[in-house]
Unconditional design. Structure first.
Length: 552
């Protein structure tokens, strides 16, 4: 261990930039045996805000500007030039501290396609499954798919509401299937989701991995630290420059810098450090030290359409915003971690096929038993129910670019949502599938008027226009520091930045293709694998659990 003195005089074996889903896992794993000094830098504050830890407080958490990067995209040309809000966690725990807590791993074929089509042989699902299992404690218990002794608490959805029951029943009536565990044997169908909750509280990456490790003498966490750049010497990462409280600091690096800022911040820091597309860097006054044209490219996300219906019976969660309900809900949570405050709302959903040509589910539902309107950042709950429809494997690609050489300037974000007819067609099919499901007899006693997009939109053209007018992010940006075995990839299969020694990127930005589900669980798995790569440990033994697969 080589930790001594204060910032400028200190050498840490490992410096991790970003205390998000990946950074918290890395900090735990790299410091576990006590042999290495680890510094974790986080731009945001500690995760002390109460609404972070109350599952039903998710809206207040992700809307809180003090713990959010508050990104906005450039005008999206295929969404009628709308700018899309892109919240990302700026707090210890990162986006795992402000997300909706849905725990999904993605379909096994996602990872197998990385292996077969992109030559990333060590990323076949059988190599990822043991890390998923080792990282979780599922209340389902341990089996060939699920873990029973890991750091991350994972709980089955359990809030009782008749709209959840109607949703599950309607899925079967519509022929869209049913699954007892979308992360288990059957990763297809309508289901109650798992979530990252434990004992009625959010179990973020910080709660699961970082907090239990902060007592270690070889682990240092610095919050409110805005990283300015990774310092290179002869194409090796040797230091990290950052500011805190208006003062500039620098720390030396003995072994490696690990960049875990996420799909937006990681390419930003690389470019600020002189690693990126040379022509773009010169335009903003940065001397290119390593020409890496793919940094910031390949940006992907799940576009989502949020559909809503009125509910004919007063069984939705619309009363939750009334003061006396809030008081009672808060009291129950404080006393015994029970009641409405323990739900993450999006407790049901599904993975389905929008057509019979796809090999495995290409659409995802998130179902919530409440309607809402939003105005000036304020949420008004309504008696209704809501169904998100996500396109899981879009063909559209975007990019991240620097606006200037100032680290405090937010980068320019362009997703290019729905830039291909293929993507529009899949979301049109998704809206039709959602309507088909809600039209089933299970919803007869609850189903009122379709509010959004509205029943007037019937033709493919009308639906396409409605989708372009209302779709946005489902908060899963990735791909901007693409992993691959080709020379154009930003990082290799062990997440080492090509052409630069002592520097890795470990977060959602390394995904070469987006996973067909929420990304928090895959990112934590990737970080756990990265820790073994970094430390030179053997990877966990492959595990080949069977899963249901129905080809067309």
């Amino acid at each position: 261990m080589s930790k001594q003195g204060k910032f400028g005089d200190t050498t840490y074996d490992y410096v991790i930039i970003g205390a998000g889903s990946a950074g918290c896992v890395l900090a735990n794993k790299l410091s576990a045996d006590g042999r290495h000094s680890v510094l974790l830098l986080e731009a945001g504050p500690m995760d002390r805000n109460l609404m972070i830890h109350v599952p039903a407080g998710v809206y207040y958490a992700y809307r809180n500007p003090k713990i959010n990067w508050n990104y906005q995209t450039e005008a999206e040309p295929h969404l009628f030039d709308r700018s899309i809000e892109t919240p990302r966690g700026k707090v210890v725990g990162g986006s795992s501290s402000i997300n909706s807590m849905v725990y999904m791993r993605g379909h096994p074929l996602d990872y197998d396609h990385w292996a077969d089509e992109l030559s990333l042989k060590q990323w076949r699902y059988e190599h990822c499954l043991p890390y998923f299992r080792a990282g979780e404690t599922s209340d389902r218990g341990s089996d060939q798919w699920r873990g029973g002794s890991g750091e991350l608490g994972v709980s089955q959805a359990g809030y009782d509401n008749p709209l959840y029951d109607a949703f599950l029943q309607a899925g079967e009536q519509a022929g869209q299937g049913h699954s007892d565990d979308l992360n288990g044997y059957k990763p297809e169908g309508i289901a109650r989701f798992d979530s990252t909750r434990r004992d009625g509280k959010r179990c973020s990456a910080a709660v699961a991995f970082l907090h239990p490790a902060l007592h270690r003498k070889n682990l240092t966490l610095i919050t409110q630290a805005q990283v300015k750049r990774v310092v290179l010497q002869d194409k090796r990462a040797v230091a990290v420059a950052f500011s805190q409280g208006g003062k500039d600091h620098s720390v030396q690096v003995g072994k490696e810098v690990v960049l875990s800022g996420g799909a937006i911040n990681s390419p930003q820091v690389l470019m600020l450090s002189g690693i990126g597309p040379a022509d773009q860097l010169r335009k903003v006054g940065i001397d290119p030290l390593h020409d890496a044209p793919q940094v910031g490219q390949n940006l992907q996300d799940h576009a989502t359409v949020v559909m809503q219906w009125r509910c004919l019976e007063p069984v939705s969660m619309h009363n939750a915003s009334r003061l006396h309900h809030q008081a009672w809900t808060g009291l129950r949570w404080l006393v015994n971690r029970s009641g409405l405050a323990t739900t993450n709302i999006w407790e049901a959903g599904g993975l389905i096929r929008g057509n019979d040509r796809v090999a495995y589910p290409n659409l995802q539902y998130h179902f919530g038993p409440v309607g809402f309107t939003e105005s000036n950042g304020r949420l008004q709950l309504q008696q209704g129910f809501t169904l998100h429809v996500d396109q899981l494997r879009p063909r559209s690609r975007g990019h991240i670019q620097l606006r200037s050489a100032n680290p405090a300037d937010k980068p320019a974000i362009q997703f290019n949502y729905l830039s291909t007819d293929f993507d529009v067609t899949e979301l049109v099919e998704g809206v039709r599938k959602a309507r088909e499901l809600v039209a089933q007899p299970a919803f007869d006693r609850f189903r009122g008027e379709e509010i959004v997009p509205g029943i007037a939109a019937q033709t493919d053209r009308d639906l396409a226009n409605a989708i372009r007018n209302m779709s946005g992010t489902d908060y899963h940006p990735c791909g901007t520091c693409r992993m691959g075995e080709d020379e154009e990839a930003v990082v290799d299969g062990e997440m080492r930045v090509r052409g630069i020694a002592g520097l890795r990127v470990v977060d959602a930005s390394v995904l070469p293709r987006i996973i067909s589900s929420n990304l928090n669980a895959p990112v934590q798995m990737i970080a756990a694998r990265a820790a073994d790569f970094i430390l030179g440990n053997p990877q966990r033994k492959a595990e080949r659990a069977q899963f249901h697969f129905q080809s067309n």
